[in-house]
Structure formats: structure tokens, C-alpha cells
Design a protein around this ligand. Structure first.
Ligand code: GLN
Length: 474
């Protein structure tokens, strides 16, 4: 298919082989033809043409001139409503633009719309969105598979070529797992590389913005544009951002890849173990040394995450009370009742579950037993990675324990849903960068993803290793 990469499209735009209007029309038409996927919560052609006019009339030398993108509906946007996939923010129109999306606008990209996501980014299947499920475009005829989550709309939009790239957020796997399910590239940078300012908060010590694209080169281009210091986010790192795209180098010879034994789980389907093995072999052929490593506290990562993330969420979501933003229940007869009814009508089941768990683990008497313990586990997990990186340069694991599953599955059992995050959560707790790249196929021909992890701020290495595997795929 023509025009499915940013590199190619930029080249054609910059040499006037295609106009911004023509390029964007291709994607607008695809979105209209694929409405059934429900990848977008907000899409408005008039809004898009306003943006295009602005870029056309500017003389600025834009780095992403006319590039059509999808923005996860967790990023506040000044000219588009922002819902976080929740009823409580229905019709909410922010008065400001998130730092990350502003940076993309400053480089002349076009926002085609707001991508569907799990409510407040809580989920692994984009099934908790108040605005309905997104359908994975790779679903074989006659079936409807989930796109993963929580950034499922973004991953699906890129996979179906409804845009050339998309933003996502990843708190425990929400970029990497949907990338794996949809067969696209997704990167979660180091915590602090991209500003969280203007992104609706889920768990602030874990939330990190990142991107989806169809290949490593496009991912590298987008990542450079969204990364960088912002003094409005106190956890934003102040450091030079490398030119990831220009520095791409697929020569991996002499590097050491770590394969953690704790990720070899008994219940993992054979096809996933097989592609993991194949990726290791592929790297070996490229001159990479393979080292078996140990990350001993891995099994405590998921329980620790499901204490820390809900604890932070319960605090972050306290602000939705019907007074300041979005939805307000009309039923209450007193202020307290109005708060109660607004929150019980405005939040979905999964969000309420997290708020309850979070409030519980933070309450007097339980705080030490749960929250403090989980924080200590988090430190041990982080130390595991630090030690591992004394022995290897990067780590290779599967991204998710299964390929995309049918819509409706795992919905009655939250634990089953949480197990989707088993391979992605440890890196989130440690704040290190992780990328998922499509590698191989399941027995049924569904895309599978392989995850690459590296040291804090070594995004270049996972991009380079990803490029090697992209070129040496099975
Ligand atoms: N699936 C995980 C959760 O539900 C991760 C979500 C995310 O990374 N935003 O919490």
C-alpha cells in the first residue's frame, strides 16, 4: 500500500508530489470506510480541514508537515473534546493542549481525531471505554478480536492505516500490549522522557507517553518530536534528545542480549515461546551474544503494580466530583449526594474497582501492609534490572502472553485480564524503556510481538535492536 509510512509521505509532501490535502484525504476516506472498527471517539472533517489550512498558510519548516496522526483520548486537546474513554468526561473540552500533542502540532502534523481507549486507561482490551469496544483490524473474517489496551484505538488506527502514527500512554503495558495485538510498533519511553503535562492522570509515577507506528524508522521520527524537557512536569527529565532516526543502526554485533529465566512461564502458548526462540536465534546470527539472566522479583511485579496503580488512581480520580469537569448527576438533593451520584453514574465498573482497591490499600492500618510493601517490591524490581544491565545491554522477552483474543473474553474475571500485563509491568515499575515490535505469527496467523528493554534513556538501543529484528523477521 502506498502512503503507509511517515518517511515516504514526508518525502512526497516535501517534494510536492502530493499535497497535504490529498494525503489527508486518503486517510479520511479510510476512516470513513472503517467506522465499524470504532477506533476514534472523535472525528470531524471540518476540524481537520481547519488544521490543514493553518499548516498550508505557514512558512515554517515543519518536521512532520501534513502527517496525519491519531491522538489517544487521554491527551488534552484544545480544539477537540477529551473524554479519557469515560462518561464522566463526556463533552469535556479542555482549555489547553497537552505538552506532547502541542509538540506534534508545532511540527505541522494533522490530528485526524481522538483515538478510543479504555476508561482512564484502565484495561487491556479497550472494552472498558464508555464509547464502545474498538475492533482489532486484523480480526479474521467472521470474528471480532480485541485490539488490546488501553491504547487500543491508537494501535488499531495505525494497523488499519487510518493514520500514519498515533500517540499512546503506557502505565503498565498500554502501548506495548496493543502494539503486539495489532501487529504494529509501539514504544514506551523511559519514565520522564516525555512530559505528562496535559495527559489525564491514571497512576502518575508510572504514566508515560509514547507512540505507535508501522515501522521502527517512523517510531524513531515521532519519538524525537514528543520527547523533551517541560518545566510544567516536575518528573520531566532535562537532557539532550538524540536524533533517534538519524542514529538508527541495525548492526548489533558485539552486543549482549539478556534472556530472563523468570519470563519462561509454564502456561505460555507454544507459538509465543517459539517466536521468542526465533528472535533470539535471529539476533545470534547478527553477532549478538545471548546471556541467560535472572530478574528474581519478577513474580511480584503484577501484584505490586495492581496495588500501586490503583492507589495512585484513587487519588488522581478524586477530582471528578461533578463540580469541575464534565458530567454531573442531576438527581442529588444535597452536595454529598450529588458527588456520590455523579461518581457512581459517571464511572464504569473497572474504574470503580480500581478506586475501591486504591482507597483500601491507602487507608489507615492497611497502608503499611499493602502500599508500603508494594513500594519496597518496586525498588527490588528496579534493582533486578540494574543488576541485569551489568551483564547485558538489552533484554528480550515476549510482549504479551497471548495473541489478540475475542471481544468479550476475560471480561468476567479481572485477574485474567490483569495477567495480560505480566511481561510489560516490570519495566513500567522500573521506569525503563520498552518497545514492542511485530515478530512472527501465532498458529492462527495472528500477529505476535516481541519486547525489547534497555537502560534508562537508552531508547536508541531498543530502536536499533528493533530495526535489526524488523529486517530479520521470520
Ligand atoms: N492493563 C494495565 C491496567 O489496566 C495497564 C494499563 C495502562 O498501561 N494504562 O492497568
Amino acid at each position: 500500500m502506498e502512503f503507509n509510512t511517515i518517511t515516504e509521505s514526508l518525502e512526497k509532501i516535501n517534494s510536492n508530489k502530493i499535497s497535504i490535502v490529498e494525503l489527508n484525504d486518503i486517510f479520511i476516506n479510510r476512516i470513513k470506510k472503517n467506522k465499524n472498527l470504532n477506533a476514534f471517539i472523535y472525528f470531524d472533517e471540518e476540524n481537520i480541514s481547519q488544521q490543514i489550512k493553518k499548516i498550508q498558510s505557514s512558512k515554517k519548516n515543519f518536521k512532520l508537515k501534513g502527517i496525519p496522526l491519531a491522538i489517544k483520548d487521554l491527551f488534552c486537546t484544545k480544539n477537540m473534546p477529551t473524554t479519557a474513554g469515560s462518561k464522566i468526561l463526556q463533552n469535556f473540552q479542555p482549555s489547553y493542549e497537552s505538552h506532547v500533542s502541542q509538540k506534534l502540532l508545532d511540527q505541522g502534523s494533522i490530528f485526524l481525531g481522538k483515538a478510543n481507549c479504555d476508561e482512564f486507561a484502565m484495561g487491556s482490551a479497550t472494552n472498558t471505554s464508555y464509547y464502545g469496544n474498538t475492533i482489532n483490524p486484523i480480526s479474521p473474517r467472521g470474528s471480532q478480536l480485541v485490539p488490546g489496551g488501553s491504547s487500543g484505538g491508537s494501535a488499531a488506527a495505525v494497523a488499519a492505516n487510518l493514520c500514519l502514527g498515533a500517540t499512546g500512554t503506557d502505565t503498565g503495558g498500554s502501548i506495548r500490549q496493543p502494539a503486539s495485538f495489532c501487529g504494529v510498533v509501539g514504544i514506551k519511553p523511559t519514565y520522564g522522557l516525555c512530559s505528562r503535562w496535559g495527559i489525564i492522570a491514571f497512576a502518575s509515577s508510572l504514566d508515560q507517553a509514547g507512540v505507535f507506528a508501522n515501522n521502527i524508522a517512523d517510531t524513531a521520527i515521532l519519538l524525537r518530536e514528543i520527547a523533551g524537557h517541560d518545566n510544567k512536569d516536575s518528573t520531566s527529565a532535562n537532557r539532550e534528545i538524540p536524533n533517534y532516526f538519524e542514529n538508527l543502526n541495525q548492526d548489533m554485533s558485539g552486543k549482549v542480549v539478556g534472556v530472563p529465566k523468570e519470563y519462561i512461564l509454564p502456561d505460555i502458548p507454544e507459538d509465543i515461546s517459539k517466536i521468542w526462540e526465533q528472535a533470539i536465534k535471529s539476533l545470534e546470527r547478527g553477532g549478538v551474544k545471548v546471556k541467560n539472566i535472572s530478574l528474581p522479583h519478577t513474580k511480584y511485579a503484577l501484584p505490586a503494580y495492581y496495588i500501586i496503580a490503583p492507589a495512585e488512581a484513587s487519588s488522581n480520580l478524586a477530582r471528578y466530583d461533578g463540580v469541575r469537569y464534565g458530567f454531573r448527576s442531576e438527581e442529588g438533593t444535597s452536595l454529598d449526594e450529588m458527588y456520590e451520584l455523579t461518581r457512581s453514574e459517571g464511572f464504569g465498573k473497572e474504574v470503580k474497582r480500581r478506586v475501591l482497591i486504591g482507597t483500601y490499600v491507602l487507608s489507615a492500618g492497611y497502608y503499611e501492609a499493602y502500599y508500603m510493601k508494594a513500594q519496597k517490591v518496586r525498588r527490588l524490581i528496579s534493582n533486578d534490572f540494574n543488576e541485569a544491565f551489568n551483564e547485558c545491554d538489552f533484554i528480550l522477552t515476549p510482549t504479551a502472553p497471548s495473541p489478540a483474543f475475542p471481544i468479550g473474553e476475560k471480561e468476567d474475571d479481572p485477574i485474567k485480564m490483569y495477567l495480560n500485563d505480566i511481561f510489560t509491568v516490570p519495566a513500567s515499575l522500573a521506569g525503563i524503556p520498552g518497545i514492542s515490535i511485530p515478530f512472527g505469527k501465532s498458529q492462527n496467523g495472528l500477529p505476535l510481538g516481541i519486547q525489547l528493554l534497555s537502560k534508562h534513556f537508552d531508547e536508541q538501543l531498543v530502536l536499533n535492536a528493533g530495526l535489526y529484528l524488523e529486517k530479520n523477521n521470520v
